[in-house]
Design a binder for this molecule. Structure first.
Ligand SMILES: Cc1ncc(COP(=O)(O)O)c(C=O)c1O
Length: 355
């Protein structure tokens, strides 16, 4: 427990000053003539200082932990992560001069490990993604540190009513668009925290927007959503880094989700590759998952003769994954043939339908 008010005040001030110096992320409108009248937007979270949507979460988790008295001047911060959150937390740990250890599966992208180390953090690798939780608890006990536990606290560390959260920012940036209130927001869950914030914000603001959550293969979220069984676990980790989990995470709030879909891994990776043609830069695979869900919804809206807007997130940049999702050999071995989905995406460009 930390009751040192001077240290707490100074730590909060440093984080708030860092925020004050930062700009918001862009909302990019995609040009897709085959679905005219259905406008698609990407909230580009790759432009945060630490390169992903997890910059917002890391800031919130640090403020939450500091204001709860869980972190003091000598506390080692420990986190379980698939990498992105750890990169962002390493940044904030350095800002506060605190030691940081990230517990991650050994499959984590090398670029993320390099970035954690760049910020002075340590990477502690385990064999499988379901081992990160127990190992983090163990390390926290051994070092008398603080386990940040994004999977538990993501949904409550962020102020879902507003206060510049991601949903607040999206709805503000949409104000002058043809369809300012999106028909759909689409998001894939890792902790589930971003979906929880967006879903709660939509309800609190009384918008008609629906939230579609898109889940990769090997994730238990979708089955939990269908069955309500919280005890389901998965053997194989998700191959789409950052999203999909082998257990039902406490931050995944099913009540705010209007619809869930499972997106095949090959569809996610193919869509990330396809988007490069339109955007002129590479994105991570979870952005591909998000966008494939968006394209499905857009195709269905077109068939029903509906107009409107759909917003999703560009979660992080593809530069982090040059040796995996952008390496043809890795893709062939780990994901399989992308061609059938590339053909569907080309069909979408021509007809506004994926099949
Ligand atoms: C690249 C990437 N995309 C999406 C997500 C999912 O976000 P959330 O944890 O808020 O559900 C994460 C979370 O770690 C991520 O790293």
């Amino acid at each position: 427990m930390c009751t040192d008010h001077d240290w707490i005040n100074n730590a909060v001030r440093k984080i708030e000053a860092d925020y004050q110096r930062s700009a918001d992320t862009h909302l990019i409108k995609l040009d897709l003539p085959s679905v005219e009248g259905i406008d698609i937007y990407l909230k580009d979270e790759s432009t945060h200082p630490t390169g992903s949507l997890k910059h917002r979460l890391a800031r919130s988790l640090f403020l939450y932990a500091i204001c709860n008295g869980w972190v003091g001047p000598e506390t080692t911060i420990i986190e379980s992560s698939s990498g992105s959150t750890a990169v962002s937390e390493a940044y904030f740990a350095r800002l506060l001069g605190l030691p940081f250890i990230a517990v991650m599966p050994k499959s984590t992208a090398c670029k993320k490990i390099e970035q954690i180390e760049f910020y002075g953090g340590k990477a502690h690798l385990v064999e499988r993604s379901d081992q990160i939780y127990a190992e983090s608890h163990r390390l926290a006990e051994e070092l008398n540190g603080h386990y940040m536990d994004q999977f538990t606290y993501a949904e409550r560390a962020t102020d879902w009513r507003g206060n510049n959260n991601i949903a607040n920012s999206i709805f503000d940036q949409m104000q002058l668009e043809d369809h300012p209130v999106p028909a759909w927001v689409v998001m894939s869950p890792g902790t589930g925290g971003t979906s929880a914030t967006i879903g709660r914000f939509i309800r609190h603001q009384q918008h008609d927007t629906k939230l579609c959550v898109v889940d990769p293969e090997n994730s238990v979220f979708h089955e939990f959503y269908r069955t309500g069984n919280k005890a389901i676990t998965g053997e194989n980790g998700s191959k789409i880094e950052g999203i999909g989990r082998p257990r039902v995470e406490p931050s995944f709030i099913p009540g705010v989700v209007d619809e869930m879909r499972t997106i095949e891994d090959a569809a996610s990776v193919a869509t990330a590759h396809w988007l490069e043609k339109i955007l002129g830069r590479k994105v991570g695979a979870s952005t591909g998952t998000n966008l494939y869900g968006v394209l499905q919804l857009a195709g269905e809206m077109k068939l029903r003769g509906e107009k409107g807007s759909i917003v999703t997130l560009l979660c992080d940049s593809g530069e982090r994954y040059l040796d995996t999702y952008y390496n043809p050999e890795w893709v062939q071995t780990n994901i399989g043939d992308l061609q059938p989905f590339m053909a569907r995406l080309e069909r979408f460009e021509a007809t506004g339908q994926l099949d």
